[in-house]
Design a protein around this ligand. Structure first.
Ligand code: GN1
Ligand code: MG
Length: 370
């Protein structure tokens, strides 16, 4: 079935005028579709959901209904109280012409359509401290909107997601394979990275320990709040939406902060091949955190703040570990365009992690003064 035929199974008004690859996700395949009729234009996003990563599409779609409805209701209440200084937008599910949330094609692939947030853009890297501040505000606002959603009302879309100990176990399993041993044997860089991981095994458990001891409580988190999932309003320059809602589920808000920071405070981006350009930008960090705390400060406890540094250090480590493990396993999870891409992505994250470790005192200080 062609892409256009698939697209036309969904209920969008007008005639399909264009359908092109869109965005830079590592998991799903994404396309932008533009429909027009005499008087209006509608833009939607068509996605083939990665079945290996999300084997139960009905769960992610049902979660999306729950999440968007909850946020919508809260926004309406806030508007009545006059608490809505930011125009917030959310993607919405576009049903099929038969009223379903998604289509399974003859090959078993899962397709869904969501609306595009208009007059707004996301960027692959932070553009300025002002942009970083708006990213922080958007994430904080998103956490605020979801802070009173009962975590039991969503289904865990990806069991084990951001459970660092699970990634370490998976890495240890892969390490024993012939493929991994060959790749390690062939590259000094890969062996250096294996040592980097070994030196941080204890630290890798920090957030899980804090949850187990009751110090930290899971709320709702986004799961993937990297810079290109944060939409900025074209007209006001304000953060206006969080997109890519498939991983929104019970989790630690600190994990989201760590994930957003590793993506925003490294101006070189995730795909940089010149490691010398990978740095931790303190100005971007301070701006991001200011925006975040302004929106989320009201529900954060002392302990919540105490663990921010650990999360900021952990997330580049965890993502580097996930990329490295996937490289050793033969690129089974993250899409690659060339061999060695996952190894390079891991190098970038580990370099960022080192840059953060070298600034521990300063980062902790900045957080205290917020
Ligand atoms: C994946 O597909 P994308 O780019 O939205 C991954 C995130 C990583 C990110 C790194 C479900 O997200 O956890 O941080 O790549 N998503 C999943 O670019 O594993
Ligand atoms: Mg994603």
């Amino acid at each position: 079935m062609s892409l256009a035929v698939m697209m036309n199974r969904f209920n969008v008004k007008g005639r399909l005028v264009t359908l092109v690859p869109f965005g830079s996700g590592n998991i799903n395949d994404t396309f932008l579709a533009v429909f027009r009729n005499t008087f209006t234009e509608t833009q939607v996003v068509l996605q083939r959901v990665n079945r290996k990563v999300f084997p139960r599409p009905e769960d992610i779609m049902s979660n999306m209904h729950t999440i968007t409805q909850h946020c919508h209701d809260k926004l309406e209440r806030d508007a009545k109280l006059g608490n809505d200084d930011r125009v917030w937008q959310m993607p919405r599910i576009v049903k099929t012409k038969d009223g379903a949330d998604f289509v399974r094609d003859d090959k078993g692939e899962v397709w869904r359509v969501i609306t595009r947030v208009l007059s707004a853009h996301a960027f692959d890297t932070a553009q300025s401290p002002e942009h970083a501040l708006e990213c922080g505000s958007a994430l904080g606002h998103f956490h605020y909107l979801l802070s009173d959603l009962d975590p039991a009302s969503v289904i865990d879309p990806l069991p084990g997601f951001h459970v660092t100990s699970g990634y370490v176990k998976q890495y240890d399993r892969v390490l024993k394979s012939k493929n991994a041993q060959e790749r390690l044997g062939a590259s000094m860089e890969a062996r250096r990275m294996a040592r980097f991981i070994d030196e941080r095994r204890k630290f890798a458990m920090c957030m899980e320990k804090a949850v187990a001891s009751g110090e930290l409580k899971k709320r709702m988190f986004h799961g993937d709040p990297k810079v290109n999932n944060i939409m900025i309003d074209d007209f006001t320059g304000k953060g206006t939406a969080m997109i890519d809602l498939d991983t929104v589920s019970p989790g630690l808000v600190q994990i989201d902060v760590g994930d957003a920071v590793r993506s925003i405070c490294n101006p070189a981006g995730e795909e940089e091949t010149n490691l010398g350009k990978v740095t931790f930008d303190e100005d971007l960090f301070l701006a991001f955190m200011k925006g975040y705390i302004k929106e989320a400060g009201s529900f954060m406890t002392e302990a919540d703040r105490e663990y921010l540094y650990d999360a900021v250090r952990l997330l580049p480590f965890e993502l580097g570990l996930r990329f490295f493990q996937d490289y050793l396993a033969g690129d089974k999870y993250f899409k690659v365009r060339q061999p060695g891409q996952n190894l390079n992505r891991a190098r970038v994250q580990f370099r960022l992690c080192e840059a953060i470790e070298a600034r521990e005192g300063k980062i902790r200080d900045l957080i205290k003064r917020l």
